[in-house]
Design a protein around this ligand. Sequence first.
Ligand SMILES: [Zn+2]
Length: 473
Amino acid sequence: MKSKRAQSAGLTDFFLFNTLTRTRERFAPQAKTATLYTCGPTVYATPHLGNWRTFVFDDLLRRFLSYRGYQLIQAMNLTDVDDKTIAGATAQKVSLAAFTDPFIKAFHDDRARLGIEDAEHYPRATEYIAEMARFAAELLERGFAYQTPDGSLYFSVKKFRAYGLLAHLEDQELRPTGRVKHDEYEKEEIADFALWKAWDKEDGDVFWPRDVQNQPASGWPASIPKGRPGWHIECSAMLRALFGASVDLHTGGVDNIFPHHQNEIAQSEALTGKPLAHSWLHVAHLTLNGEKMAKSKGNITTLEDVVKEGFDPLDVRYLLLSAHYRQPLDFTEDSLKAARGARASLRDAAQGLKIVSVSSEKGLIALQRVEQALLDDLNVPKALAVIHTFAKQVKADPTIGGGKEFFEALERIFGLGILEELMVPQKVKELVAKREEARTGGNFVRADELRQKVGELGFRIEDTPNGVRIFSN
Ligand SMILES: [Zn+2]
C-alpha cells in the first residue's frame, strides 16, 4: 500500500541497519520483486523460543514489506544434514530422513501457531547436494580451496581478501591457524573450513554421491569424494540455485554472523565476484531469566512448554516482537504475562469499537505514526507505544474515526490475532452469556457445565478484572 497519502507524509523510505556496513541504509531492492534469504532451523530438535524470535522477526519484515507494496520472494532453508542431525540419527539408529522429518513437521506446526506466513521456498539441504558438490569443486578449480589427503575440500581463508568484513574481525585475528572440520566454531578459531567432508565412520550411511536408486552416482565432479557437504556451503548453494548470485536481504540470528554468514560470503563472493546480499540483518539473543537461551546450555523453552501453561501462541508472538530486534530480549514468566495483558488490551479496544463515524482521520494519523516507527529499522517498541496510546483513545471513545482501518492494518502488519477473536460464533457468545448469568447467580455447577460446553466448541473462557474473555483453543 504505497499510497499517495503515505508518500505525501514523507513515508516512502525504509531504513534498515546493515550488519555489513554497520549503518542504517535505505532499502532499495535490485529488481521489482525483492528477495530475502533466511537461515532456517537445523532440524535436529524442536525449535526453542530463541529460534522463534528470529523467525517471527522475519515474518514482521515480510509482512511490512508486503504492506508497503513490495513484491517479495523469501526462501528459508531447512538444514537437514550437518554434524548435529547426523549425530542425532546415529544415536537413534535411524536414517537421516527418519530422524529429521518429525522435526520439520513440528517446525511447520509451531510456525503456523505463531502466525508466521509461508515463505515461498523451504529448500531442504538434502535436495541440493549435487549443487553443493559442484560449488565446492568450482572453488577448488578456481584456487580458493584445497584438498586434504582424505579427499575433503577446505576453503582457504587467506585466498579471500575480504574475509572478516561482516564479522568485523581484526587484522591480528585473521591469521588462520589451521583447519576446522566442525560446522560450528568460535571467533578465536579463525581457520580454513570444510566445504566437503570425506566420509568417515561417524557419518554411517549418510554420504553422497547417490543416484535415484541410492547407488553411487556417476557424472559428479571428479574432485568430490564420497562424503557430505559442510554446513556453510549448504546455504551458499541453495541461495544460488534459487536466486542467482545475490539477494536483497539476508537474515539470521546474531549467532550466524560468525562463522556461518562470514563463510557464506567467502564461498559465494569468491565464485561470483558479486555481493551475496545487499543487506544483512541480524536478530539479537533471547535470554531466559538473563541467560542466553541455547540448547547447548540446557536452558531452552519451547512453544509447547508455554502453551501447556495456558498461554496463547500469539501472546508469545507479541512478546518476541515487542523489543527492538537488535536489542536482547529477556523471556520471563512476568514478561509473557505482560505480553498477554497487552495483547488482550488491544483486543478489548478493537472489540469495543463502534463504527458509526465516517471520518477516518484519527485512526489514519495514528497508523502513519506506526508506519513511521517501522520505516525506521522496524522500531517496534516505538510503534507499540503509538498503538497502545491509540487503543486507550478507542476505549475512551469507541466511535473514534478510522479505528477499524487502524486495527485492520495492525493485523496485517503484526498478525497478533486482535481481530480474530471478533469471530467468536454466536452460539459460543450465548453460552458465555448464560454462564455469566449462572455464575453471578451463584449456580457454579451450571456455570462449570456451560464452560465445558464452550470448551467442546473449541473456545475457552477466562475471567479477568476487565470481565470475561473468550479465547480459541
Ligand atoms: Zn545459512
